[in-house]
Design a protein around this ligand. Sequence first.
Ligand SMILES: NC(=O)c1ccc[n+]([C@@H]2O[C@H](COP(=O)([O-])OP(=O)(O)OC[C@H]3O[C@@H](n4cnc5c(N)ncnc54)[C@H](O)[C@@H]3O)[C@@H](O)[C@H]2O)c1
Ligand SMILES: [Fe+2]
Length: 387
Amino acid sequence: MRPYQFQTADKIAAGCHTLERLNEYLNVLPPVRTALVLSQPSIVKAGYAESVVRQLEQSGIACQLNADVRPEPTDQAIIAIFEKYKDEGYDMVVGIGGGSVLDAAKILSVLATNAMTIEEMLGIDKIAAAGVPLILIPTTSGTGSEVTPNAIVTLPEQELKIGIVSRYLLPQLVIIDPLLTLGLPKPITAATGMDAFTHAFESFISNKANPFSDMFALESMRLISQSIETAYHHGDQADAREAMMLGSMYGGMALTCAGTAAVHAMAYPIGGKFNIPHGVANSMLLPHVLAFNLDAIAHRMNLVASAMGITDSHRCSSGEAADRVLERITKWTSELDIPQDLRSFGVTDLDVPDLAIAASKVTRLMDNNPKQLTVDDIESIYRQLIS
Ligand SMILES: NC(=O)c1ccc[n+]([C@@H]2O[C@H](COP(=O)([O-])OP(=O)(O)OC[C@H]3O[C@@H](n4cnc5c(N)ncnc54)[C@H](O)[C@@H]3O)[C@@H](O)[C@H]2O)c1
Ligand SMILES: [Fe+2]
């Protein structure tokens, strides 16, 4: 096995009501005078963004709140925010919201200290210097972005989504407060929860899977499997929401060590061209890519089935375990109302060849897939989602 490594956020405070205690955790940061607080309208409406601003101001940090981060942020949208605040400057960035806000916050932290464009940052280890201190507070249980060195940007002209990967995107402080997700609407709970599961699952079957990623991935799949249906049907149950948030964070840690694979590679082109939310794209693709990969990964499925609580690993053959995993994920698709038709997002048969070529070029992730996909294989999987 090749050497493996793991690096994540400096400090993570987790548990119900941790948001209200934000100031207690600030000692991990250097002294700062001003903060740019990024968020989304739903988070402002719930009072969470205001809570951040009030607490930071009590600690003597002057805040500017921008709650206009749109889902799946584009490079221009992030630059527009930077242009608005760069003259006055900011010593710290706080992101409180879903993965879209967290990714935008990460990029705004490094834009403050690097004379680089977002385009120059795309890819692995392109960012020259550390950003200003960064605090990330997730409000969805999905991306795990709070603990990964990744930020995903939508590039509308190229009809693509591309990742920036750099240790300088890791935050100094993360607050995991499950209470922030109690009001998450059902479709977002479903799509983001399945995204989190996909991070764990793809990391576990990745060609780069290793003892670190396996540990996080199995625990992530255990937590998500036992709580996703409760979180969806009874969103006010804090225990299920806490399990989902931890599952999502562990999924992020797993993908940091091992990388995601073909599901994510195929989700980026349909997200970039047809604005399909990231979680929805992944949830739609997961059962189909899993079925394609199944013969190559059957030997790992006993452990997955056991973590998911759907078999006793000692009494079940690998083939049986693999079937049960696929069955359970397919059951979630209908139980959680995951969309199943790409046509409803405007995708037609004619789009498939270009989408397949674009997905095949996401080699950073395709190379992690346990089974090689030809462009024809990718086309055939997309076509299964066009009724
Ligand atoms: N950096 C990474 O490691 C990583 C990993 C996976 C995905 N991503 C990226 O993250 C983005 C997707 O993030 P996401 O799936 O968390 O969704 P999101 O941030 O786009 O949010 C989706 C919707 O949920 C709403 N919302 C968020 N929290 C809420 C709450 N608590 N209550 C009510 N509404 C709430 C938002 O306002 C928004 O309308 C994509 O751009 C994706 O590419 C990044
Ligand atoms: Fe994802």
